[in-house]
Design a protein around this ligand. Structure first.
Ligand SMILES: O=P(O)(O)OC[C@H]1O[C@H](OP(=O)(O)OP(=O)(O)O)[C@H](O)[C@@H]1O
Ligand SMILES: O=c1[nH]c(=O)c2nc[nH]c2[nH]1
Ligand SMILES: [Mg+2]
Length: 168
């Protein structure tokens, strides 16, 4: 959640692919997992990239939404639960599971998913300071007052020259 003057962190498809692949490289050096639980919808694209790189073919989803209005967080809603088969793999409680999301911001989403899969490994591509303690592995940290613009939410648009912006 961003309050007051915000900073912007726009991410292109190319940069996102590189960052998600960097996440897969890091995860490959840490452990191995039998299944991915993807936190939809933001986790869908990084899950595809990580699953390809780590050769994981069991993909489950958990549907969580809280940013119903652009940039304003509401109550957390679990729209789709995790299948018991996946939670119970190996020792249960998500022991064999890798959870993938695009980012942690306040950490509220991660806290809810962690409650369902307490022993899973939680991985995101980006992290903000408040959410950071809730993730096991991430690639890039941005400040709390930064909004990350993902390529699937944005398009090419004219940018006014910096000098013109300063005259306003
Ligand atoms: O750490 P938090 O403050 O909880 O925010 C992080 C969550 O917010 C976004 O999901 P969103 O609720 O917007 O739903 P979406 O993935 O369907 O876009 C993002 O994909 C994370 O899942
Ligand atoms: O596109 C997004 N960018 C963000 O920085 C963010 N934080 C929570 N949810 C988010 N969605
Ligand atoms: Mg999400």
């Amino acid at each position: 959640m961003v309050e007051g003057g915000e900073k912007r962190f726009p991410v292109s498809w190319d940069q996102f692919h590189r960052d998600a692949r960097a996440l897969a490289w890091r995860l490959a050096g840490i452990g191995s997992w039998k299944a991915i639980v993807c936190v939809t919808r933001g986790g869908l694209v990084p899950t595809a990239i990580v699953a390809r790189e780590l050769n994981i073919r069991i993909i489950e989803t958990v549907g969580v939404a809280s940013y119903h209005d652009y940039k304003t967080q509401g109550d957390i809603e679990v729209i789709k639960k995790v299948s018991g088969d996946v939670v119970g793999l190996d020792g249960g409680e998500g022991e064999a599971v890798l959870i993938v999301d695009d980012l942690v911001d306040t950490g509220k989403t991660a806290r809810v998913v962690r409650r369902i899969l307490p022993r899973a490994h939680f991985a995101t591509v980006y992290a903000k300071p408040k959410g950071r303690p809730l993730v096991d592995t991430f690639i890039t940290e941005v400040s709390q007052d930064t909004w990350i613009y993902f390529p699937w939410d944005t398009g090419l648009a004219f940018q006014p020259p910096i000098a013109q912006d300063e005259q306003r």
